[in-house]
Design a protein. Structure first.
Length: 349
């Protein structure tokens, strides 16, 4: 991270999760004045307190669903990483209103509190499941994006900048499939996959933090940032894990779970039509048209027909060898290989 945060107070909502934990540790490498961790899980906060022994970290027990607890946590804060969310697709299918209360209402609370306390910048974390959503989790995240972007539409002269980042599967995050595969291998079990032909974008935790950092440095009101990524099939991800761990496990197909998609898209063709290509990233500017539609009825946007969706089925896809290289960039995978006594060569940096 750069010196963007020099002397700053930074709040991380959902700060005990995989992303929050990683970004908090990265922030402490800089000369921030304070990192605030807001979450409702005091047990995880206690674990984090013992892992990160730094007096600049302050822990706030609270829930983004409760405006008062969020408002209290955002006082005198400069930057907000909004990572708190319900992320598990099956649980959101059974309890969709819980996803709404956290992902939509909770995000509105964060933005309102940031505005009230004159926070300089808020970055909200979204997911590829918000693009053409077919499940409650993706739908609630799509609504979160609309809530975030509506802030700029309704407050064009606001001092608080609200932007978004969207990414795919974060490898080795809590609840992701790679730790499950490794546990199955260590237990002598076969690796279970839902659909071997399913494709997903792959991103490391470090890259997800870089994406948010990029947003903080470059965002204007309502911007959405997407990091370009390669994809792979779930079969190839499982096979790469088997190869690295020199396992004899087989791949067992168990069938698609509740509301899973065969592929995911990081950006729609409509978004790409107004996107700026920034090298490793796309910046999708907010649609800032007002409610006077007459102009747009008479003259449309011909550019939208010239783009395709940025989809995990159609982007550059990694083979098994490339997935192995990517897995070897993860410190957690290297640690597991070392613990198992398996020599390896980190072929990619």
């Amino acid at each position: 991270m750069t010196n963007t945060y020099s002397g700053a107070r930074v709040l991380v909502t959902g700060g005990t999760g995989s992303f929050g934990h990683t970004v908090a540790a990265k922030l402490l490498e800089r000369d921030v004045s304070e990192v605030r961790v807001l979450s409702r899980d005091e047990a995880k906060q206690d674990l984090m307190r013992h892992e990160i022994k730094d007096s600049r970290v302050r822990y706030y027990v609270g829930d983004v669903r409760d405006y008062d607890s969020v408002e209290r946590a955002t006082r005198d804060v400069d930057f907000v990483f909004h990572a708190a969310a319900l992320k598990q697709v099956p649980s959101c299918e059974f309890f969709p209103m819980e996803a709404v209360r956290t992902n939509v209402n909770g995000s509105e609370n964060v933005i309102r509190a940031a505005d009230r306390n004159s926070v300089r910048s808020v970055v909200c974390l979204s997911t590829d499941k918000a693009v053409y959503p077919v499940n409650a989790m993706g739908m609630s995240k799509a609504m979160m994006e609309k809530v975030a972007q509506s802030y700029g539409l309704n407050n064009p002269h606001a001092t608080t900048t609200v932007s978004l980042v969207r990414y795919g599967n974060v490898m080795y995050s809590r609840g992701s499939v790679i730790p499950l595969f490794i546990r199955q291998i260590k237990s002598g079990k076969n690796l279970t996959v839902t659909n071997p032909d399913m494709t997903r974008f792959m991103m490391s935790l470090a890259n997800s933090v870089d994406l948010v950092e990029f947003a903080f440095q470059n965002a204007t009101q309502g911007d959405l940032f997407i990091r370009k990524a390669q994809s792979c099939t779930i079969h190839d991800l499982a096979q790469a894990t088997i190869n690295l761990f020199r396992s004899r496990a087989s791949i067992e197909v168990i069938g698609t779970r509740h509301a899973e998609k065969v592929s995911e898209a990081l950006a729609t063709r409509e978004e790409l039509a107004r996107a700026e290509d920034m090298g490793d990233y796309f910046r999708v500017v907010a649609d800032k048209r007002d409610l006077n539609y007459s102009v747009y009825v008479e003259q449309g946007d011909v550019e939208q027909t010239q783009y395709e969706d940025y989809d995990s089925h159609t982007v550059e896809r990694m083979g098994v060898d490339e997935v192995e290289d990517l897995l070897l960039t993860l410190p957690e995978v290297r640690a597991e290989l070392s613990a198992a006594g398996i020599p390896f060569e980190a072929r990619s940096s």
